[in-house]
Design a protein around this ligand. Sequence first.
Ligand code: PLP
Length: 417
Amino acid sequence: MQFPEKGLAEADIWLEMEAARKGDVDWRGGRLPGFYVHFANDDVDRIGKMALEKFHATNALGLGAFPSIRKFESEVVDWALSLFHANGGAGSITSGGTESIFIAMKTAREWAKANRPEVTKPKMVISKSAHPAFDKAAKYLGLEVVRIEPRTDFKTDIDALVAAIDEQTIIMVGSAPQFTVGVFDQIDELAEIAASRNIWFHTDACVGGFLAPFAEQNGFPIPPWDFRVKGVKSISADLHKYGFTPKGASIVAFSDAEDSKYQVFDFDNWSRGRYLTHTFAGTRTGANIAASWAVMRFLGNEGYRKIAEQIWQVRDKLIKLIPEIDGLFIYGKPELTVMSYGSKTLDVSDIAAGLSSKGWYTVAPSPNPPAINLGILSLAFGEVVDTYLADLAEVVDELKSGDRSYDRSAIGSYGTQ
Ligand SMILES: Cc1ncc(COP(=O)(O)O)c(C=O)c1O
């Protein structure tokens, strides 16, 4: 397609863009259970959008030019550190979970160069349930990754992991929780093992980082995961997930502010002089930082607790009612708000196709274990969860009776474009 010679009138721009999004999933209608969009309520959404608009032109590469963004970033980072029970510490806002993980792994690698100089082929040992962002970071950073099959309860197989550690191992990781089945790894045990061997330990709380603190305050038992656990050196926690900020915002946090010196890219061999950044990007939008500040300041601790309570009610309903549908069961014991369900008799791809045909954007089931992944990412889903459960029961009935088969090509995708 060639670049059009003439511009388009503003009204026509909006017409064409509205037409283009006719096929987009109805996320506000809650038709997207478990993926892509986190949503608390319309007020939170509006605050984030207004802040994006107000600060759209700012560039966080130039915090001297935009002291507003410096203030917003430093306050959001401080709030996160206090929620994660850091004693001091440091952190940055990145563009998302993948970048936070990348920066944490980069920091760990540089730390190891200084503290484990004998290592020549740095390696990380992680459970297979850890997010692919760790392998992505490892590819860029020249790290080897060893992935260990999880236990039958989906937590880390610590014995197998310890057996895989060798003198080149510089990084261990635990998820809080892991995406899909929704269990936490045994962060306290893993961090202790890491500390005793001078290995960097990272908690991936991209999912749980901004929900677990409030669920805990609400009295729900949350396994240990944050800086209260000795040996946890870094945490990734996504603002754009349960922080409910506009997409493009996550926190990478370090328990020891000293370690953040390994985080920076500091370059002094450029004709323009010194160039120093804390995250991967050069030019970095300040709008997402401003919007994160606005949403967090709007909600405060109290607002997040209230949302956590609302989400928990939906979670409890799903955990109770899904296994009441003939042959369905929930894998493991979800410890936060993401979960996965399977069927004793049916192929989960048929169930996914059935749900898709009823207008639920359902992504391809995960293969191991065969499961439909579900999560209360959005309270828009909470508004229609009863309809979801009724449709799910109907799909199962129809599949069991053999009355219907569903078109599998309607199943959606995740992470494969
Ligand atoms: C546990 C976990 N870690 C990391 C990520 C990566 O986050 P992002 O998609 O924001 O890069 C995700 C995304 O769902 C996740 O669930």
